[in-house]
Ligand binder design. Structure first.
Ligand code: ACO
Length: 370
């Protein structure tokens, strides 16, 4: 047996959803740079699910479906009010999304049509759940979704309880496009493994949320912001980074399993971070981030990944740190569900092997003799 720790370089499936070739990320053959500049998140989600960009009529239907599905069952809201207020938001999200299945009569309907509807429903309901969780944590009543608003607008509206400004909506929409899919990343793989047993789509997305939570994956964006808060000032960057490197500690938001010459999504978030800082008249977070990048890239050759500049982008949008990874999930649920549909379409259970390294030839010893 050849053991490949972390499955690095192992090709575990075929997929026609997204690809990373020579550092270029594409969704269904469209370069992420093109989509980040031009596509809305709804168009992107449609592309991931159905394989082509929507016509106006198709986009209109999707937008109406997303609006219709956005409200969540009252029972789920009542349960969320019972969660501890200081609990990890990704843990709360994982529980809430799992509980949505209990109120969906079609949860175990494995037909293609039912699963496509549930993919759209999960996409519609995840932002409602995250906004409700955020408000409940602050002892505020959840705000019902607004009809006819995009996912980005609706999320900020439900979060803040007022109409968001156009700049914030556009910035969040672009961030959602950039995070929507990423080939066989850890959370997508977790989702695919779960549904490859022919378990339901809610179970797949719940597994994926659990995998995204970790700081080596989606949780890194919150860890980056924690680091920026800990550093505090531009002058403190250099000694902080020096200390980290001397102690051989990882710097969150840097490095990637697949990209060794830089993550193509990072430059878009970097630009957004500067634009938002400039608009607000304070580029401290951006300046600190650039200085960290210069030092880490200069000394370790590591480049920032998607999580690095998203931390300063979300903070400058006025979004609290505890919501960064849940926002990642609001976007990535489009990719997760596209992959789950693809897995169902050509399924084989995913069951690798392990090389056994434990004790051998043990004989049972009665408990009183141990
Ligand atoms: N800071 C310092 N050193 C690093 C970092 C980092 N962020 N990332 C990698 N390295 C070093 C490792 O210490 C290791 O060095 P060594 O060979 O001297 O021991 C080498 O680079 C290879 O790193 P691995 O962790 O083995 O690389 P792997 O491909 O397994 O992991 C990962 C990739 C998890 C992204 C890693 O780079 C990391 O932990 N980064 C920080 C967390 C992060 O930002 N995660 C988000 C990734 S993007 C996403 O999931 C959305």
């Amino acid at each position: 047996m050849t053991v490949t720790k972390g499955l690095e370089g192992i090709v575990a499936t075929t997929s026609s959803i997204s690809s990373i070739v020579d550092g270029v990320l594409t969704y269904r053959g469209y370069d992420i740079d093109d989509l980040a500049e031009n596509a809305s998140f709804e168009e992107t989600a449609y592309l991931l699910w159905f394989g082509s960009l929507p016509t106006s009529a198709e986009l209109g239907t999707l937008s109406r479906d997303l609006s219709a599905f956005a409200p969540i069952p009252e029972q789920v809201i009542e349960q969320m009010k019972l969660y501890p207020k200081d609990t990890n938001t990704m843990a709360a999200l994982r529980t809430a999304i799992s509980s949505l299945a209990l109120y969906d009569d079609a949860a175990d309907d494995m037909s293609r049509e039912a699963n496509e509807i549930k993919a759209v429903k999960l996409q519609a309901q995840l932002p409602t759940v995250v906004a409700a969780l955020a408000r409940i944590r602050k002892s505020l009543e959840p705000v019902a979704p607004k009809e006819g608003a995009s996912i980005a607008e609706n999320f900020l509206y439900m979060l803040w309880g007022k109409q968001p400004d156009i700049v914030s909506v556009k910035a969040l929409d672009a961030a959602l496009v950039l995070h929507a899919d990423h080939e066989l990343n850890a959370s997508t793989f977790a989702g695919r493994v779960t549904v490859a047993t022919l378990s339901d789509i809610y179970s797949g997305v719940t597994s994926a949320i659990g995998a995204l939570k970790g700081p080596l994956h989606g949780g890194a964006n919150e860890a980056v912001m924690k680091m920026l808060e800990e550093i505090g000032t531009l002058d403190a960057v250099e000694p902080f980074v020096r200390g980290k490197l001397e102690r051989r500690e990882k710097i969150m938001g840097f490095g990637h399993r697949v990209y060794k010459n830089g993550d193509p999504r990072a430059k878009h978030l970097m630009k957004m971070s500067l634009e938002l800082g400039t608009m607000k008249g304070d580029t401290t977070l951006y300046d600190m981030s650039v200085k960290i990048e210069d030092l880490i890239t200069g000394q370790k050759g590591l480049k920032p990944n998607v999580d690095f500049y998203s931390a300063s982008v979300y903070t400058q949008l006025g979004i609290e740190r505890e919501l960064f990874t849940p926002i990642f999930a609001i976007s990535r649920v489009s990719g997760w569900t596209a992959h789950i549909l693809e897995q169902y379409g050509d399924n084989r259970i995913i069951r690798p092997r392990a090389e056994y390294t434990g004790l051998v030839e043990q004989k049972y010893v009665p408990i009183e003799q141990r």
